[in-house]
Design a protein around this ligand. Structure first.
Ligand code: ADE
Ligand code: ZN
Length: 315
């Protein structure tokens, strides 16, 4: 029924690799690494995936990531995601990874990076999927800790195209990370940031003006500020929107209230992405399908959204 959506060539520009950890793989890795889990089985874990806000999700997401221990684990995680891309005609992906989620548990930075990067390189060769990797800082931690992570990353500078900013938005405005983003840009890296997911339009202004971002991750609250909307339209700043995530995390109560098509029709360069597909009920095609089912998205709109994703690539 959604074959035509699946067949559209598209890019994914907002995907957390840790958020693509399906419960089945989570259990398999726990067994491989001899880790006891607080859930009896896959079904029990899946039934815990009910969230009232971003923080409730993040608590489970960080707990789930604890099964990722070895280079092979990170390879397997990334490879499983790339197979989904292949099945959904995602021809290019710019995934995030959160090194601090792992280094804070004692996993060396290079173990994380080598596993992810090797899978991405193999995905390029064997599946024909191109990529650009984005190192994301956790905003609930300090800027000093972000600087430490940046220093760990520098020996692998060429493995990344950009730095990003994710985790708990409220109370952690973009300005907190201005200096580390300056440093990243001075090394030739591009920048993106989550802004306006739960946080106010003011955080989007800061991300644009202080962090000098190329794209806004989420950004759905921009619609509350007309001057900001005009700027985003005039400058054609892409928004990486994640519809299923937004309804699962109660940013919108119901998919029928989602503003993505309204933004599209106003000339905003919006794109469709999956964010954390293992937790939110689907990959890119399922996100497109939700817009078709709940918002009456037309074929022409779907094509424009897919084309936007290809146009908004950083590489
Ligand atoms: N980390 C993983 N998914 C996220 C989201 N939707 N918002 C902020 N941080 C995240
Ligand atoms: Zn995200």
């Amino acid at each position: 029924m959604y074959d035509w959506l699946n067949a559209l060539p598209k890019a994914e520009l907002h995907l957390h690799l840790e958020g693509s950890l399906e419960p089945e793989l989570l259990f398999a890795l726990a067994e491989r690494n001899k880790i006891a889990l607080p859930w009896n089985d896959v079904e029990a874990l899946r039934s815990a995936y009910a969230f009232n806000n971003l923080q409730e999700f993040l608590d489970l997401y960080y707990a789930g990531a604890d099964v990722l221990r070895t280079e092979q684990d990170f390879y397997d995680l990334t490879w499983a995601y790339l197979l989904k891309c292949k099945a959904q005609n995602v021809i290019h992906t710019e995934p995030f990874f959160d090194p601090q989620t792992h280094t804070d548990r004692g996993i060396p930075f290079e173990v994380v990076l080598r596993g992810i990067k090797q899978a991405l390189v193999d995905g390029e060769k064997q599946l024909g999927i191109s990529h650009g990797l984005i190192l994301s800082f956790l905003r609930h931690l300090s800027e000093e800790e972000a600087f430490k992570t940046f220093e760990q990353a520098m020996p692998f500078r060429d493995a990344f195209i950009a730095v990003g900013l994710d985790s708990s938005e409220m109370g952690h405005p973009p300005r907190k990370f201005q200096r580390v983003f300056d440093k990243a840009r001075s090394e030739g890296l591009l920048t993106v940031a989550h802004a306006g997911e739960e946080g106010p339009p003011e955080y989007i202004w800061e991300a644009l003006d202080l962090l000098k971002i190329e794209r806004i991750d989420h950004g759905v609250r921009a619609i509350e500020d007309e001057r900001l909307m005009q700027r985003i339209i005039d400058e054609q700043i892409p928004l990486t929107v994640c519809p299923l995530s937004n309804t699962k995390l109660c940013v919108f109560d119901d998919m029928r209230q989602h503003n993505i098509l309204q933004m599209l029709e106003r000339g905003v360069k919006v794109t469709v992405n999956s964010d954390d597909p293992a937790y939110f009920g689907g990959y890119v095609t399922e996100n497109f399908a939700a817009l078709y089912d709940s918002l009456g998205m037309t074929q022409e709109q779907a094509k424009r959204l897919a084309q936007n994703s290809l146009d908004a690539r950083l590489v």
